[in-house]
Ligand binder design. Structure first.
Ligand code: INI
Length: 154
């Protein structure tokens, strides 16, 4: 019989950092609410959660990298909303934040979760921020809890 290693969803005693952008705050504040809901439902104490606000999604990776290096938490979630506008800025920001978080996640000792929405329209972002397609912040927090436990088992 093969050994299967899988993370469990327990947040007891875990310290979590959330790095969330203020750009498109009407979306990102919903993502933060979703993440807090998932963490609270899985026994992470309010006092063990720290939310770092940054101007835009572009600023998420450097802050996540710094936090990971400081070793002050068991896991980190990056939350943002990059919505395609009429300028090419979208492509630069979406590409840099996704590449940046992926790189930090590979290098970090603790798990790092990508909770950044990249959508064509505001409607698509709203759908993923607590309406008909769920809440990406909630999903990101669930993924984090699973990964924290998986790392602990390795
Ligand atoms: N930041 C976002 O988080 N979402 C966006 O949709 C966005 N767009 O499209 O411009 C955005 N831009 C700001 C960027 O993240 C930086 O904060 C800014 O360039 C300063 O470095």
């Amino acid at each position: 019989m093969a050994h299967v290693v899988e993370g469990k969803l327990s947040g007891k005693g875990k310290k979590v950092a959330i790095v969330a952008s203020r750009f498109n705050d009407f979306i990102t504040s919903r993502l933060i609410e979703g993440a807090l809901d998932a963490l609270n439902r899985h026994q992470v104490l309010q006092d063990d959660i720290t939310i770092y606000r940054v101007p835009g999604s572009f600023e998420i990776p450097p802050v996540v990298k710094r936090l990971a290096g400081l070793g002050v938490c068991d896991g980190i979630i990056g939350l943002g909303a990059v919505i395609r506008g009429s300028t090419p800025h979208f492509d630069y920001v979406a590409s840099e934040v996704s590449k940046g978080i992926a790189q930090v996640a590979i290098d970090a000792a603790c798990p790092v979760i990508f909770g950044v929405l990249t959508t064509d329209t505001i409607e698509q972002a709203i759908e993923r921020a607590g309406t008909k397609s769920g809440n990406k912040g909630f999903d990101a927090a669930m993924a984090l809890l699973e990964m924290i436990d998986l790392y602990a088992q390795m």
